[in-house]
Design a protein around this ligand. Structure first.
Ligand code: HH2
Length: 257
C-alpha cells in the first residue's frame, strides 16, 4: 500500500503531494512500482495534529481521487462524508485510524458500499496520544481492542472477510512498544484477519538509530521493519517508498517460499 498524503503537514511527506497533479503522479508512480493499492489521505494524524473539517478534507482529496478513477485506491479518513464521496469515485477500501470510533455514520457507509475496511488501534487521539503511553501488556491490549472493534464492525453490517487489522504503529506507543507489537504480531493474526503494518518512516526508526529527537525514520530502516513484519505474518505494508519495499519484500518472499 503506497501512501499519498494530500496534506501540507504530514510528518514525513507533508507538502510533497499537496498539489493534486503531484499527488496523482506520485500515486501512478507507486502503482507502476508495484503497489497493490494507494492510500489517499487529506488529514494528517501525526502526533500533536488537530485535524481538519470535512469540507477541507474533501477539497484536498476529491481532485486526486478524480484523477485516479479506475485504479486501486484506499481512502484514509475517519469521516463518513469523505468516505462516501471517495467510494462514489471508486475507492475500494476505507482506512480508518479510529477504527469506527470517530464518526457514528462511517460503519453504515462502509457496510452499504461493500468496501474493504482497515481497523487501526490508536490510544487517545493524535493531539495527545504520545503523552505518556502506558499499557500493562501492549500486544495483548491492542489485540483485545481490535477484537472488540472487529465485532463492532461486523455488528454494523461490514462483512468480516472485508476487514483487515492494524496495530497502529506510532499511535500512542513508545519506541519499545512499537517494536514489541511487530514481535507479537501472532496475537493479531490469531484474530483471523489480514494484518496491515505501517512502520514506514516513523520516528521510532530514527530513534533506534541514535537520535532521541527524531521525528522520522529512514527508508532503509523502514524496509527492515517492513520485512520483519512480513516475516511475522503481515500481508499489507503501508509505505512511502514503494520501489524499495517491493524489491525487499520480493526477496523476502523468495526466501520464504
Ligand atoms: N499511519 C499514518 C496514517 N494512516 N493508517 C494505517 N492503517 N496505519 C498506519 O500506520 C497509518 C495510517 C501516519 O503516517 P502518514 O500518513 O505518513 O502521516 P500523517 O498522518 O502525518 O499524514
Amino acid at each position: 500500500m503506497g501512501v499519498v498524503n494530500v496534506t501540507p503537514d504530514s510528518f514525513s511527506d507533508g507538502g510533497i503531494n499537496f498539489d493534486p497533479a503531484k499527488a496523482i503522479a506520485s500515486a501512478r508512480r507507486m502503482l507502476d512500482e508495484g503497489a497493490a493499492i494507494v492510500d489517499v489521505g487529506g488529514e494528517s494524524t501525526r502526533p500533536g495534529s488537530e485535524g481538519v473539517p470535512a469540507e477541507e478534507e474533501l477539497r484536498r482529496v476529491v481532485p486526486v481521487l478524480e484523477g485516479l478513477v479506475g485504479l486501486p485506491v484506499s481512502i484514509d479518513t475517519s469521516k463518513a462524508e469523505v468516505a462516501r464521496r471517495a467510494l462514489e469515485l471508486g475507492a475500494e477500501l476505507v482506512n480508518d485510524v479510529t477504527a469506527l470510533r470517530a464518526d457514528p455514520e462511517l460503519a453504515g457507509v462502509v457496510a452499504d458500499s461493500g468496501a474493504y475496511l482497515c481497523l487501526m488501534h490508536m490510544r487517545g487521539e493524535p493531539r495527545t496520544m504520545q503523552v505518556d503511553p502506558r499499557y500493562d501488556d501492549v500486544a495483548g491490549g491492542v489485540a483485545a481492542f481490535l477484537e472488540e472493534r472487529l465485532a463492532a464492525a461486523v455488528d454494523a453490517g461490514v462483512a468480516q472477510e472485508r476487514i483487515c487489522l492494524d496495530p497502529g504503529i506510532g499511535f500512542g506507543k513508545t519506541v519499545e512498544q512499537n517494536f514489541e507489537l511487530v514481535r507479537r504480531l501472532d496475537l493479531l493474526l490469531a484474530l483471523g484477519r489480514p494484518v496491515l503494518v505501517g512502520f514506514s518512516r516513523k520516528s521510532s526508526l530514527g530513534r533506534i538509530l541514535g537520535d532521541p529527537e527524531a521525528t522520522t525514520g529512514s527508508t532503509s530502516a523502514s524496509v527492515g521493519a517492513a520485512v520483519a513484519a512480513y516475516e511475522r505474518g503481515a500481508t499489507i505494508l503501508r509505505v512511502h517508498d514503494v520501489r524499495e519495499h517491493v524489491e525487499a519484500l520480493t526477496a523476502a518472499r523468495a526466501v520464504a517460499s
